[in-house]
Ligand binder design. Sequence first.
Ligand code: GLY
Length: 413
Amino acid sequence: MRNMLIVFTCYVLGLSGTVAFAQTKHALHLDQSFIEDRLQQSAKQIKLLAAATPADKFPQNFEQGKHKFSNSSWWCSGFYPGTLLLLSEATGDAELKQLGLDKLKHLEKEQYNKRTHDLGFMLFCSFGNALRITGDSASYKPILVNGAESLASRYSPVTKTIRSWDHGKWKYPVIIDNMMNLEFLEEMSKQTGNRKYADIARSHANTTLKHHFRKDYSSYHVIDYDPETGAVLGRKTHQGTADESAWARGQAWALYGYTMMYRETKDKAYLKQAQRIAQYILHHPNLPSDLVPVWDFDYDKIPEGSKMYGKRTLRDASAGALMASALLELADYSRGKQGEFYFRQAETLLKNLSSAPYFASYGSNGGFILQHSVGALPINSEVDVPLSYADYYYIEALLRYQRLLAGKKMIQS
Ligand code: GLY
């Protein structure tokens, strides 16, 4: 009804391009030519990365003029094939599609990996997109089902969460990032009719909602649970400046995670949580005017003697890309001025990420699309480098926007 009203209003006002308004209540302020150009440039750029990437390896980053590649077991292995597939969808480039699909055979074995919670990133961003785009159930669905089983094996009915890591000093660590793996379980529940996956996803989201957030709706990074009782043993950080700080990508994972869980469940508690997280992020005094966050919202509390001090104001484009994609979606689920605000912020982010200093010029940046992300500053790992997940969520956001421009639904399943 609302869409009909918008189309009718456009007709009365004599506006052209009414179809472009059909799937969103928001006017689209970014030009089609701008979005198409960024997608084409990205497609051209990633072919350079493809040419540099060994057949059985996965691009991880590009630092001091050198590529780093990973094996399939690295948590990011699904992002590069996923980005190739999203770009092929956006541009119709058959070469990119083939490159993406070819990479999958080197990732297949991770379906049996029960030592990580990152199977959503590894398998859903890759095989999940392959299944959606090609419709080839026979090839991809069994792998996804096995992967969902592996992920579900990490769920404990005592803690009511999926265990994140098997390493470290924690008893049963769960990190906020883990919200992102729930989309995989939700989808596999729909694909197989097995409620177990959705039940686990919802249970994990509910427990995380209860224990992972502070009063201001910023998120802790790591919650350590007692595996025997489910009690919270500690609230810690691994990648932020301090246990009580708001690590920027963690806030972005949370924003995206609860927005996605609202899409999957229509549970208003998840929508409310996503909006509260958005409120925290978008009204934070330390959020720069271009909206691409500094790697930790509490960077200004880093003491002068800290080894992080000199690098404290570095931006994290990966968090910005996640925020752009999540805010486009959250805008659709939010009413009035609030929804309008999220949509405009998403557009601002998309525009800024699509320009210098974030959008790399052709031939630079080792063929990665975005510059200036931060992996883990406290351990001086992947600091101010391109990262495969920054590219993935940036291209996802562009693709969502491209669909809106074409009058299509932003999220395709
Ligand atoms: N999931 C790990 C990270 O965001 O760095």
